[in-house]
Design a protein around this ligand. Structure first.
Ligand SMILES: [Zn+2]
Ligand SMILES: [Zn+2]
Length: 135
């Protein structure tokens, strides 16, 4: 995936991609990735993690979201479009896709003479997870 995206395969890049691919959590901050690498005993600095994630973003391997101000999370780029629900208490992110909402957006854009390239739809609130606590 790294070479296909036109990037040279380096050890940090391969390790960081492996973290993204194997993580249960699909929306990871640079800190999250750094923590996993450190737990694995890999010596990759935080600056490198951040730089590689930004390179991945430019190469289209990951998508960056700024759900909360000053806090970017990255997820592997997926073929299937989806939107997000973000819990303001525990920070958990859920994904959803709704045909009706998608169609509605298309119709609105058409009415306004707008060609859609991309959109993101984020719903903020509080989840009902019993383990939901303040981060
Ligand atoms: Zn997502
Ligand atoms: Zn929550």
């Amino acid at each position: 995936m790294i070479r296909e995206a036109g990037l040279k395969l380096t050890r940090p890049r391969a390790s960081i991609l492996a973290v993204l691919e194997s993580s249960q959590k699909k929306h990871l901050s640079a800190e999250d990735v750094f923590q996993v690498l450190t737990q694995q005993g890999q010596q990759i600095g935080f600056g490198t993690v951040y730089r590689v994630l930004t390179q991945f973003e430019s190469a289209g391997i990951v998508k960056r979201h700024n759900f909360e101000e000053g806090h970017a999370v990255f997820e592997l780029h997926q073929e299937n479009h989806h939107d997000h629900l973000v819990c303001l208490r525990c920070g958990q992110v859920k994904e959803f896709f709704d045909e009706k909402i998608e169609n509605c957006q298309d119709q609105i854009a058409e009415k306004m003479g707008f060609a859609i390239i991309d959109h993101s739809h984020v719903i903020y609130g509080y989840c009902s997870d019993p383990e939901c606590t303040e981060k």
